[in-house]
Design a protein around this ligand. Structure first.
Ligand code: SF4
Length: 366
């Protein structure tokens, strides 16, 4: 069996990424078969439980309040609404629900309590529950774990060097700190990134170094292709070619053999043949539903037709790790601490982000 290594270097990863494609695919598919059933792919549903109005300046994101996009914002969803959506997702073959809130960081209080209740509710439906809520303290991670959270998503997005060209309102080290806080609980870690943001191949390799040298490696790594949204600083980035996606998936599979590699945003631009090659290269999860937070995604029935054609089976929940127990709010041993941690705010200027912000202000003034 290929060993799990935590000492990958950028040079080694670049060498893998740039191999002749047939060699790369062969090796990735071989590693994939050692650790996973190649005919099983997990279907996850991403639910935006609080959309838009985010104070951060992530250059790729239509939910950042400072850019002018036509995203319809909404307040935090109610627990019954989330339950209904989760049941729908389950009936359509999803074994995992990932709830996303457009927050900089989690704040103790009624909204977080509501999210904890959502976690309890979905865990009781026997689905894997994942949350992506921004930066998180150790106590907040413990409270999510106690509610029955299965995974926490916190993407590194790109390499540490290129991160400064994408986001100025927080630092790369904050991301690592949150991942570390999650690691102190029994919640699994989901962390990946986005390609097509103007980064170099070296940055892609740099991101994989940062992820693969974590010990343990993240249980789940989403690989997204940028969906360039009008009004965001990255609106004019050129689309990611399918070959880049295939190379990125294959390289991720080789350096993180045990990880669930998730083919995430950008699937609407991929043909079925392209997606099939990504599955061959080691992708073993997709996000289902016609929207990925706010950007378009293939229809569930289209995905099911593709599964049938390729002979793929949706993965059952809790195959990789047992279902966590849920402690009811009334039985909880943990309390909110009302913490106010000092997450960094580097505040350097990113020209593209500043221009997009100015454009948005002009549009809003008209
Ligand atoms: S990616 Fe998340 S943190 Fe960044 S602007 Fe969008 S919602 Fe906010």
């Amino acid at each position: 069996m290929s060993a799990i290594r935590h000492n990958w270097t950028k040079e080694e990863i670049l060498e893998i990424y740039n191999r002749p494609l047939m060699e790369l695919l062969y090796q990735a598919a071989t590693v994939h078969r050692e650790y996973h059933d190649p005919n099983t792919v997990q279907v996850s549903t991403l639910l935006s439980i609080k959309t838009g109005g985010c104070p951060e300046d992530c250059g790729y994101c239509p939910q950042a309040a400072r850019y002018h996009t036509d995203i319809e914002g909404n307040d935090l969803m109610t627990v019954p609404h989330v339950k209904a959506q989760a049941l729908r997702a389950k009936a359509a073959g999803s074994s995992r629900v990932c709830m996303g809130a457009a927050w900089r960081n989690v704040k103790d209080g009624p909204e977080f309590d509501q999210v904890l209740e959502m976690v309890r509710t979905i865990n009781k439906l026997e689905m894997e529950v994942c949350c992506t809520l921004g930066m998180l303290t150790e106590n907040q991670a413990q409270r999510l774990a106690e509610a029955g959270l299965y995974a926490y998503n916190h993407n590194l997005d790109t390499s540490e060097e290129y991160y400064k060209e994408v986001i100025s309102t927080r630092g790369f080290e904050d991301r690592l700190q949150t991942i570390d806080n999650v690691r102190k609980t029994n919640v699994t870690v989901c962390s990946g990134g986005i390609i097509g943001m103007g980064e170099s191949v070296e940055d892609r390799a740099g991101m994989l170094v940062a992820l693969s040298t974590l010990s343990p490696q993240p249980e789940s790594v989403p690989i997204n292709a940028l969906v360039a949204v009008e009004g965001t600083p990255m609106a004019n980035e050129k689309p990611v070619e399918i070959w880049e996606m295939i190379r990125m998936v294959a390289t991720t599979r080789i350096v993180m053999p045990q990880t669930q590699v998730r083919l995430s945003a950008g699937r609407t631009e991929m043909s079925r043949e392209g997606q099939a090659m990504c599955f061959f290269a080691g992708a073993n999860s997709i996000f289902a539903g016609d929207k990925l937070l706010t950007t378009p995604n293939p229809d569930v029935s289209e995905d099911m037709q593709m599964f049938k054609m390729l002979g793929l089976n949706p993965q059952k929940p809790f195959v990789k790790k047992a279902q966590p127990e849920t402690v009811e709010a009334t039985e909880s041993k943990l309390q909110e601490l009302g913490e106010n941690p000092k997450w960094t705010r580097p505040g350097h200027k990113i020209q593209k982000n500043e221009l997009a912000k100015e454009e948005a202000q002009k549009t809003k003034a008209i």
